[in-house]
Design a binder for this molecule. Structure first.
Ligand code: PMP
Length: 441
């Protein structure tokens, strides 16, 4: 039966899809970390809706929230009109913001995807500042609409398009392991910060006044690359001094993924604009932009959309946020993160092919390299997508779903539910180790 379904998917669905090709399964049921296919085989889902499923699949509090909406005849669609649920959701979301932001914050509900949120955020800062260009980072990823692709430095995905919209300046990201300046050793972040200051000095001369800087504090699709926290502080200082809004794309990192509610908290900084999607909808489609009220210079109707702030997503999002607080899910993220790092770093000492183990919280990347290739100036072998893909395939055969990303798709990425238990983590790591042993034999 599975093969028949897969054939129909192949026949009917767009060729643009990617993950389904690497994970040929037809999902029947899912709960928590576990997916069960139509033939009864189970899988550990460490992709978790690309980081969307903070509490895993079909968590009881999420299901109860959906049932409550249905039982109470809460309208499923209200355009932008108010409901008590919407007000409660906004209150909960605003309460998460750091001091210096939450006192005067605004929420913009956007279309359902992360890309919708990023597009709205950039429109917002363009409108508020009058600046035309955007500063973004090499290796970054912000979406698949044309404007968000224009800002994504993760180039592989946009090769085929001839022209994209915004005027974007790409800045080097402090990717220590593959230092863009070939230096490393703590210098990457310092040189990168200096580079940003120089570029902004040039932009300020009026040729291309920037409307903002957009950054992921941990590049997700770029290969789980965390930015040095001191560099983030420098980025905040540099943009604040020049009055340029700092937009943090928290689509993947936000809502606990990195061990803090928002990933910028690791650096103790306060951005001007935050884009949230994925986990904030508690399994359902949702994106919101949170921003300082002084940027709220929209004319009424300047940013509209039919499907914004869907009620069911607010109910599941609210339930998710409340549960995260009550069950102290952040502590679990930090404990499980240590467990992952400890085991993966141990594996790294056994295999030259494992070049780097990095990330923050439960956003973890294992960069696979080619020991037969030529070392770079930092003494690191080249990225090896082929070996990463073999490991991914061996994981899948053993019932573990992990995604790849980064340069040449060489980075194996773990994005498990934030509620993954110690026992489940141990099982996932054991399967991963077996897959590595097999793939690199
Ligand atoms: N920004 C970041 C940081 C992301 O990781 C993603 C999705 N992976 C997006 C934006 C785009 O979100 P969506 O796929 O929902 O459009």
């Amino acid at each position: 039966a599975d093969q028949a379904y897969l054939q129909l998917q192949q026949d009917w669905e767009s060729n643009a899809r990617s993950y389904p090709r690497r994970f040929p399964l037809v999902i029947d049921k899912a709960k928590g970390l576990i997916i069960t296919d139509t033939e009864g085989k189970t899988y550990y889902d460490c992709l978790a809706g690309a980081g969307t499923l903070a509490l895993g699949h079909n968590h009881d509090v999420v299901l109860a929230a959906i049932r409550a909406v249905l039982d109470q005849q809460i309208p499923l669609h209200t355009l932008d009109l108010a409901t008590p649920l919407k007000i409660a959701f906004m209150q909960e979301v605003l309460s998460l913001l750091p001091a210096g932001f939450k006192e005067k914050a605004k929420i913009q509900f956007c279309g359902p995807t992360g890309a919708d949120g990023v597009e709205a955020a950039i429109k917002l800062v363009k409108n508020a500042t009058g600046g035309k260009s955007i500063l973004a980072f090499q290796g970054g990823y912000h979406g698949s609409t044309q404007a968000t692709m224009a800002m994504s430095g993760n180039l592989g995905k946009k090769q085929h398009l001839q022209s994209l919209l915004p005027d974007v300046h790409f800045l080097p990201f402090p990717y220590e392991y593959r230092c863009p300046f070939g230096v490393g050793g703590g210098m990457t972040a310092r040189i990168s910060a200096q580079y940003i200051e120089n570029l902004l000095d040039d932009c300020e001369s009026g040729i291309a006044a920037p409307c903002g800087v957009i950054v992921e504090t941990v590049q997700g699709e770029g290969g789980a690359v965390p930015a040095d926290v001191e560099w983030l502080r420098q980025l905040r200082r540099i943009t604040a001094e020049r009055g340029i809004p700092l937009v943090v794309d928290e689509v993947q990192t936000g809502i606990g993924r990195t061990g803090k509610m928002f990933s910028f908290e690791h650096a103790g900084i306060v951005p001007d604009v935050i884009v949230c999607s994925k986990a904030i909808g508690g399994s359902l489609p949702m994106s919101v932009v949170l921003y300082k009220a002084e940027l709220d210079r929209w004319q009424p109707g300047a940013h509209t959309g039919t499907f914004r702030g869907n009620q069911l997503g607010m109910a599941t999002g609210l339930a998710t946020l409340k549960f995260m607080k009550e069950a102290d899910v952040l502590s679990n993220v930090n404990e499980r993160s240590e467990q992952f790092f400890e085991a993966l770093c141990r594996l790294q000492t056994r295999y030259e092919e494992i070049g780097d183990v990095r990330g923050r919280g439960l956003m973890i990347g294992v960069e696979v390299v080619d020991p037969n290739g030529r070392k770079d100036r930092l003494g690191h072998y080249p990225p090896c997508g082929e070996r990463a893909s073999r490991i991914q395939e061996e994981c899948f055969k053993r019932g573990l779903i992990i995604e790849v990303g980064g340069r040449r798709s060489s980075v194996l990425r773990f994005l498990p539910p934030l509620t993954i238990t110690a026992q489940e983590t141990a099982e996932v790591l054991s399967v991963f180790e077996q897959a590595v042993v097999e793939a690199l034999a």
